[in-house]
Design a protein around this ligand. Structure first.
Ligand code: NAI
Ligand code: MG
Length: 356
């Protein structure tokens, strides 16, 4: 099994944490016998922009479109390139052009990470947020008439297509069916948004009939956010439209601790295009260059990538290694009150992967 990975470190601490992700993948390769071909690219970074006047070369799609996955660090260096230029010129292009219609975020309470939720322990919280990533509330259909006058009218339409809704639901039900609890929760608001959300509910119900082994329920988004905080143990797979998923995919990881450890997948499940795996955090200019960034978010992203590549045992081993290391105070990084730098923490996790 050879997996061809496009590696893009990007800016700031992306350049420090990506090598630790690769270190752990090398350990995976030793132990599980899967092989990786890593191709490194320097575009989608602000340094590239300063040298070339654009974030990526014109043929970027040809350069990375044939890879099995993209392993991404972080992009953005606001002192030299405005954030909307760097983000829209890189990450947003990947998501759109590669039809990465699933945004996947695990929400799992890890040992050693203080949860803002009182009394929760590792094992209590372990679920996924599955966000629709291409349509829904984030459409460009709308406009403003009589601008600047008292008669000003502003509209923006939500767009749901049967293909778009069904494919995200199918992904979420498939994921739930593979998990132990086999439980899916749908985020809705059909009591207030009376056309699109009842449609969403209808498609959930239709899809559920194809997954008799999956137990499912639905909550309106307002009470659902409260349940995330008060009853995070209720959830297994939570599926949501673009806007609701945007909110839940930040709220979930916030309930389980620090930004330094949260991973994300931007996934094209059919594998027609490469999927992209990245930590949730950005380039962290305030700590970049010091070797103190927490590499766990990047390493956990590698685990999500392994899952996507079908290397499920390896993915589970990486998550276990992260848990083993985080459970030991002397192996944590500064943001978690520990003494280790980025590289030492990455080495500890790689060793934990290798030594099982
Ligand atoms: P940020 O996530 O880079 O940093 C926020 C805070 O969290 C900072 O205090 C930082 O030191 C800390 N932090 C982040 N990652 C950490 C880690 N691994 N270990 C320890 N501490 C960590 O968000 P910020 O400052 O709003 O954005 C900085 C730049 O990153 C901007 O240019 C922004 O556009 C970009 N960005 C890029 C993202 C991406 O590539 N997907 C996501 C978020 C922001
Ligand atoms: Mg967001």
């Amino acid at each position: 099994r050879l997996h061809r990975i496009a590696v893009i470190a990007g800016d700031g601490i992306g350049k420090e944490v990506v090598p630790e992700g690769l270190r752990v993948l090398e350990a995976v390769s030793q132990r599980f016998g899967c092989r990786f071909a890593f191709d490194h690219f320097d575009f989608a970074s602000c340094d590239y922009y300063l040298a070339h006047g654009q974030m990526m070369p014109d043929n970027w799609k040809a350069l990375i479109g044939g890879h099995d996955a993209i392993f991404f660090g972080a992009v953005g260096w606001p002192d030299s390139v405005p954030d909307h230029v760097s983000l829209w010129g890189s990450l947003i292009q990947f998501r759109r052009e590669f039809d990465q219609y699933v945004n996947l975020r695990p929400v799992k309470l890890m040992p050693g990470v203080p949860s803002p939720l009182a009394g929760r322990r590792p094992g209590d919280i372990d679920f996924y947020v599955v966000r629709e990533n291409t349509e829904g509330e984030y459409s460009s259909i709308g406009g403003r008439i009589f601008p600047g006058t008292e008669r000003e009218v502003v509209m923006q339409e939500t767009v749901m297509t049967r293909v778009g809704v069904d494919r995200i639901l199918r992904y979420a039900f498939d994921l739930a069916a593979r998990r132990e609890k086999k439980h899916l929760t749908s985020a809705t608001k059909s009591n207030g948004i009376s056309i699109t959300m009842p449609y969403w509910d209808e498609r959930v119900e239709a899809m559920a009939s194809a997954y008799p082994a999956v137990r499912w329920d639905k909550y309106h988004i307002d009470i659902l956010t409260a349940h995330f905080v008060q009853h995070p143990d209720w959830f297994d797979v939570v599926v949501a439209s673009n806007l609701f998923g945007d909110i839940l995919s930040d709220l979930g990881p916030a309930c389980t601790g620090t930004i330094g450890i949260a991973p994300a997948g931007n996934i094209n499940p059919e594998r027609r295009f490469p999927s992209l795996f990245e930590p949730v955090h950005g380039s962290a200019p305030d700590i970049a260059g010091q070797g103190v960034a927490n590499p766990v978010g990047q390493i956990w992203s590698a685990a999500l990538m392994l899952d996507h590549l079908g290397e499920h045992a390896a993915a589970a081993a990486v998550v276990e290694a992260i848990e083993t290391v985080l459970a030991q105070p002397h192996l944590r990084t500064r943001d978690l009150g520990g003494p280790l730098g980025t590289e030492a923490c990455g080495r500890a996790i790689a060793e934990a992967v290798a030594s099982r």
